[in-house]
Design a protein around this ligand. Structure first.
Ligand SMILES: *Cc1c(COP(=O)(O)O)cnc(C)c1O
Length: 450
């Protein structure tokens, strides 16, 4: 029995898959934050290049991947698909468990798949610098890598708590030539406003986004780049699922379940949307399960409505599952899963009943991650551990029922820069926390009236 299913370099997909073309209805368009009217391409132009804005609104079923982007993808793509046969034994399950491993990219996660594409489209339109935010540091490192490969400058606002807790992600950003500033900072009006209220603020993704957007909006040579949530980001990540479909064929198998963790929704959509396309077009019945932390439950407990993407309300409003734009996340260890909203395209597919959502506690997540590391060797990112926790629940159900189901999950990245979180878990210091209903109700009062 083979364990690894590898594709040759010339099997890197030649186009991205746009699920919007296959959904029964398109998701509602974004709204302008000032007028609350549908935002047109021109409204997004101060922040994004037209090439990406067109993808954001596209109804084309496929979008060709530029040659130069595919050439850079060759540095780590196609990524391997593996059968977790040793973990299956440890779990004592008849289920067949496969995983797609995105941790082989230079930044150690799926994020460079979109970072490289975004930098390329910006460069085509004469943009020389990108700004962005980063929470745990994965996105900041991915974008600095991409800008470096494209010969562009990059400025990263890093959530202050991570800036100090994750010094090595910060170092990676600097090695790839970008500037990194802890957020909130005094370099922007949004940052100064937060510091005036709370000089000790440790920041949030929402605040860091406001800072990065503000800088980009004020300069002609600078654009803003987002690592998840937006349609074009999810689109770029579909290389994962397209490769996986081919690799599952090599394995002579087809998944009953596709599982991924969700922060803003991009790695899950990246693996799941191509399979959703097969469900819609070929009548396949794969169950697609998005897994989020109980501490940041935007899909399982949030409200589906129009909300801002950031704390200072500078971004367009999008219809999404949200905990409210003023959400300040509890200090859980899956830093990449702490955004207040969920990708509009994924929220839309969820409310159409085409994908499912589950939440797990962080100790469950780490327990699954350690069990996986001890059988398969790879130490998963804390974010990915949420997917693993769900997979081990499904494997247990198969054990109870005796059903040998096929499970595929996305191992979105490795955890080599998150070892402090593993130490906390192994020392029994990780606490479970479910985001309280009252806080969600409270935040809903501040939602824009649309
Ligand atoms: C950023 C990140 C996530 C969460 O972001 P999505 O957009 O939901 O994919 C998950 N896993 C890893 C390793 C990450 O870096």
């Amino acid at each position: 029995m083979a364990i690894k299913f590898l594709l040759p370099e010339d099997r890197i997909p030649t186009s991205w898959y746009n699920v919007a073309a296959d959904l029964p209805a398109p998701p509602p368009p974004p709204l302008h934050p000032g007028t609350l009217q549908p935002a047109g391409p021109g409204d997004l132009a101060p922040l994004f290049p037209m090439g990406l804005i067109m993808q954001e609104m596209s109804a084309e079923p496929t979008i060709e991947i530029p040659d130069e982007v595919r050439e850079i993808y060759r540095l780590w793509r196609p990524t391997p698909l593996l059968r977790a046969a040793r973990w299956e034994k440890v779990l004592g399950t008849p289920a067949k468990i496969y995983f797609k491993y995105e941790g082989v990219s230079p930044a150690g996660s799926h994020k460079p798949n979109t970072a490289v594409a975004q930098a390329w489209y910006n460069k085509q339109e004469g943009i020389t610098k990108l700004t962005t935010e980063t929470g745990a540091g994965q996105w900041g490192s991915a974008l600095s890598l991409a800008c470096n490969l494209m010969g562009m400058e990059c400025l990263v606002y890093m959530v202050k708590v991570s800036y100090f807790q994750k010094p090595y992600r910060r170092s990676m950003i600097r090695v790839w030539g970008a500037e990194v500033i802890p957020s909130p900072s005094d370099t922007t009006a949004s940052g100064r406003a937060i510091l005036a209220q709370d000089p000790d603020s440790m920041g949030s993704l929402g605040i860091a986004i406001s800072e990065a957007v503000e800088v980009a909006a004020h300069r002609d040579d600078t654009h803003y780049s987002l690592g998840s949530v937006l349609n074009h980001v999810l689109l770029h990540q579909t290389v994962i699922g397209q490769e996986a479909i081919e690799q599952m064929e090599l394995a002579d198998a087809y998944p009953d379940f596709v599982v991924g963790c969700v922060g803003g929704g991009s790695n899950f959509a990246g693996i799941a949307f191509p399979f959703l396309g097969q469900n819609i077009k070929k009548g396949k019945k794969t169950r697609l399960i998005a897994v989020e932390p109980a501490a940041c439950p935007s899909m399982t407990k949030g409200v589906y409505c129009f909300d801002y993407g950031d704390t200072a309300k500078l971004t367009p409003l999008v219809k999404m599952d949200t905990l409210g734009h003023d959400f300040i996340p509890p200090g859980i260890h899956a830093g990449g899963l702490r955004y207040h909203g969920m990708a509009p395209m994924l929220s839309h597919a969820f409310h159409l009943g085409l994908v499912e959502a589950e939440s797990v506690m962080q100790t469950e997540a780490f327990s699954a991650g350690v069990s996986f590391a001890r059988s398969e060797g790879i130490i998963p990112a804390p974010e990915s551990n949420h997917a693993l926790a769900m997979v081990s629940k499904l494997a247990e159900e198969c054990k109870q029922s005796g059903d040998a189901k096929t499970i595929l999950f996305n191992l979105s990245g490795h955890g080599h820069f998150d070892m402090a979180a593993y130490d906390n878990y192994l020392d029994g210091k990780l606490e479970d926390y479910a985001y309280p209903e009252e806080k969600i109700k409270e935040a809903m009062k501040n939602l824009p009236k649309v």
